[in-house]
Design a protein around this ligand. Structure first.
Ligand code: ZN
Length: 371
């Protein structure tokens, strides 16, 4: 048994995927993935020299050739036949699609490969070829997990905001060298108390385990945005922003110079050619300035939107609190006394002046007002 912490994470990821697809994938393909897990567990082909128990490209290539390529070729061939029959234009792109074993060891090729495989997956889904659909989906996720393990990709984000970071603890905006650092700590506290934000921040923490393109998401929106055409996806994004992300709704409609604050699907299709275009614009320095975010994953994009919205809301809330703190306390006290004298209950005063009950009691005691 190979004992290595790195392999444990890899095994966790793969076993998690297998569990998720246990009744969905075809039996032979499922078995070949079981074989991959066995290879890793038994340390087969893993170098035990200077770089102890680490996975090399050669091992990865061998494993993929042995256990993934065959089913992949089979599925791509089904798709080819369909393309030739229907004279589909995707054929020229798919004709050159690379084998899992090739893609796995070339980091730069993964992104394009994923796009092509998603296209083929969509064909199987639309034709209700469920075994093929799930096998290919699982294949894509396995490649992503193996690839990020091989190239040690780790995604970290700033704990105070929505930005992806490289080597620091906080992003450039929230680094401790800046005077605004303590402000951002307060923002972080507000963000961590917001229930919705907590959920999405938690997701972000397990991003490496979920992989770049986790399936089975809770949000229906993610499914639609990920799988439908840009026309349909843009309408779903508009609805998502209008219903759940008020701060971003304001920001987007300002930046896109829209006439009304509510965003419409065709506001997006007019300004952006496709989903990736829109995602890139949102991450750009003009909007969220999430400059180290290299993933174009819909799941993490939507996740970022929620965290960013919570962050902007927290910023407004903090600004309000600061305003209150610097308000002239004498005039605040006078107002409370005036209300008390005109017969307002503490509960009503609380609502009027936005000071909590205990504080109101303290203020009244201070001025010797009894009720
Ligand atoms: Zn930050």
């Amino acid at each position: 048994m190979v004992k290595s912490k790195k392999n444990e994470v890899l095994l966790d990821n793969l076993q998690g995927l297998l569990k998720e697809f246990s009744n969905l994938a075809s039996e032979p393909f499922y078995k070949s993935l079981d074989a991959i897990i066995y290879c890793i567990k038994s340390g087969e082909g893993i170098s035990k020299g200077a770089t102890k128990f680490t996975w090399g490209k050669a091992t990865a290539k061998n494993i993929a050739t042995k256990h993934l390529n065959e089913r992949f070729i089979e599925l791509v061939n089904i798709y080819h036949v369909y393309c030739i029959d229907s004279k589909d234009l995707m054929y020229s792109a798919v004709g050159k699609v690379q084998l899992p074993s090739e893609v796995l060891i070339h980091n730069s090729k993964v992104e394009e490969w994923i796009l092509i495989v998603s296209e083929i997956t969509r064909y199987f889904r639309n034709t209700s070829n469920n075994k093929a659909y799930h096998d290919l989906e699982l294949m894509r996720l396995v490649i992503l997990v193996l690839n990020s393990h091989l190239f040690k990709k780790e995604v970290k984000s700033c704990p105070a905001c929505y930005r992806v970071i490289r080597n620091r603890v906080y992003c450039w905006e929230h680094s401790s060298k800046l005077p605004s650092f303590h402000r951002s700590i307060k923002l972080k506290e507000i963000l961590r108390n917001e229930q919705q934000s907590v959920r999405f921040l938690k997701d972000r923490e397990i991003r490496n385990i979920l992989g770049e393109y986790p399936s089975g998401n809770k949000l229906q929106f993610i499914q639609i945005i990920m799988c439908e055409t840009w026309d349909v996806a843009s309408a779903a994004i508009a609805q998502l922003v209008n219903e759940y992300l008020p701060s971003l709704q304001k920001l987007f409609s300002e930046k896109l110079e829209l006439e009304c604050i509510a965003i419409k699907g065709n506001d997006l299709t007019k300004n952006f050619d496709n989903l990736v275009d829109f995602i890139e614009w949102t991450y750009s320095s003009r909007i969220l300035d999430n400059r180290f975010e290299s993933s174009r994953s819909v799941f993490w994009f939507v996740n970022t939107l929620f965290v960013a919205d919570g962050y902007f809301k927290a910023e407004t809330q903090l600004a309000d609190n600061v305003d209150k703190r610097f308000k002239d306390t004498n005039s605040r006290d006078e107002e409370i006394i005036r209300l008390k004298r005109s017969g307002f209950s503490i509960r009503k005063i609380e609502k009027q002046v936005d000071v909590n009950r205990a504080q109101i009691h303290n203020i009244l005691n201070k001025w010797n007002i009894t009720g």
